[in-house]
Every structure is written in C-alpha cells, then in structure tokens.
Design a protein around this ligand. Structure first.
Ligand code: F6R
Length: 241
C-alpha cells in the first residue's frame, strides 16, 4: 500500500486527479469506480478541469459504489443526482456509460446480481475511488461487513446516519438502507485510490492502515489489495505515527 501524506486536501486531490487523468489519457476507455460524499469533490473538479482543457472522458465508463434505497434518481440527496451535478455534467462522458446503483429497483436481489454482471461485462474496474467513513466503512460497507461481500442491500449504522444527516433536513430523513458494492467487489478493482481528509477520519485511517484486517473496519481489507494508493492530508494522517 502506497501512502501519500499532503499538506492539504486540495494538494492531495490534485495528486489523485493527476493519476486518474493520466490513466484516462493512457486508456480512453478506462473503467472508473466512483464515490460520493464531501471527500472526492475537489478531485472531481480537477477531472472536470482536465476535460475542459481537452482530455476526452467520452469513452470512459463509471460505476458508483452505492445509492440510498428508496430515493428516486432525481431526489436532491440521491447519489445519482450528486454525481450528475458534481461530475457528469462537467464531463463529455456518455450518460449511458455512467452507472449508479438504482435505489428503487423492485427486485433488489436480482438487481444487485445485475450490477455485478455489468461491472464484469465492462471488463472490471480499473481504478476505484474511495472515501472512508468515520467508522471505517468503504462504500456503504458498514462494520461488520464480510471481506468477500458483493453488491447487496445494507443497513446503515447510527453513526453513518448521524454523519450524513448534514445533507438532509434532519437525521430522521436519512434513509436507513442502501445498496452498495461489497468489499469483495471493491477488492476486485485493479487499483484502489483511497482519500481521507480531516481530523475526524484520523482514527478510521489509523485502523484501516495500521490495525488488523477485520470486517469491523472494512477499509482495512485494502491492506490485502495489491495496488492501493492512499492520499491523506496531515490531519487524517495524524494517527499513523
Ligand atoms: C459514498 C461512500 C462513502 C463515503 C464516506 C465518506 O459513496 O462511498 O464510503 O466515501 O462515507 O464520506 P465523506 O466523504 O462525505 O466524508
């Protein structure tokens, strides 16, 4: 695991974007795994800037990690809407190549199998972008999450509901369930790029990078991944010693 500690989240995001944009330049048909939340926003701005400066994203395919169950795609807090607003509209990407799990699918079990098949059919994920929850989750793989789990319906923990309540009128409006790629799905990506910013991530980062590999800290599974690079700001790296 390569760990890069930067002076600021902005610098870390620029460096991570450098890797993603270089990979798109090298392979215009790259398959990217994407995350939502506050962490990747600056990275997405850098990707959009590269596209505006002439880097074509039109051949790239994307798969998002997760979506809330019960939120339609046009709901202001749905992850589909988040991705459209914060990235896809700023790229020349073909909307048909942007996959975000459907939180309204009538048969979730069949839908999850279909999402896994779509990733396989696209040739697998080349680079998976990840944030980390303050409880060590990646995607919505809450502790405990089996390290070989696949795309499935998950229940959000109280901590995640509290963390994400900032995007909703209040915590009672945060959906209690989500559909998420599994830890095993994430580990199948050829390269994982984990971003962690801020003091509130320091303990989760410490456990993920220095703790034992355990389903109680799903991000720790990345220790078993052959090609993971972690970009941190100083505050998030504070526990690494
Ligand atoms: C969301 C996702 C989550 C977030 C994590 C951190 O798609 O994958 O694991 O990355 O909850 O969220 P932020 O970045 O808002 O702190």
């Amino acid at each position: 695991m390569e760990v890069i500690v930067c002076d600021s989240a902005a610098e870390a995001s620029r460096m991570a974007a450098g890797r993603v944009n270089a990979a798109v330049r090298e392979n215009p048909r790259l398959v990217l795994g994407l995350a939502t939340g506050s962490t990747p926003l600056a990275l997405y701005k850098e990707m959009a800037a590269a596209c505006a400066a002439g880097l074509p994203y039109r051949g790239v395919t994307t798969f998002n990690l997760d979506e809330y169950i019960g939120l339609p795609p046009d709901h202001p807090q749905s992850y589909r809407r988040f991705m459209d607003e914060n990235l896809f509209k700023q790229l020349d990407i073909d909307p048909a190549r942007t996959f975000v799990p459907d939180g309204m699918a009538p048969d979730m079990e069949a839908y999850c199998a279909q999402y896994e098949a779509a990733i396989r059919d696209a040739g697998g994920i080349d680079i998976q972008i990840l944030g980390i929850g303050s409880n060590g989750h990646i995607g919505f793989n809450e502790p405990p999450s089996p390290l070989d789990s696949r795309t499935r319906v998950v229940r959000l923990t109280e901590q995640t509901i509290r963390d994400n309540a900032r995007f909703f009128a209040d915590a009672s409006e945060v959906p209690r369930e989500a559909v998420s790629m599994g830890v095993g799905t994430i580990l199948d990506a050829r390269c994982c790029v984990l971003l962690g910013f801020g003091a509130n991530k320091a303990e989760a980062v410490r456990q993920a990078l220095r703790g034992e590999v355990s389903e109680m800290c799903p991000a720790s599974a990345l220790q078993r991944h052959a090609d993971t690079v972690v970009f941190l700001d100083r505050a998030a790296a504070a526990g690494l010693g």
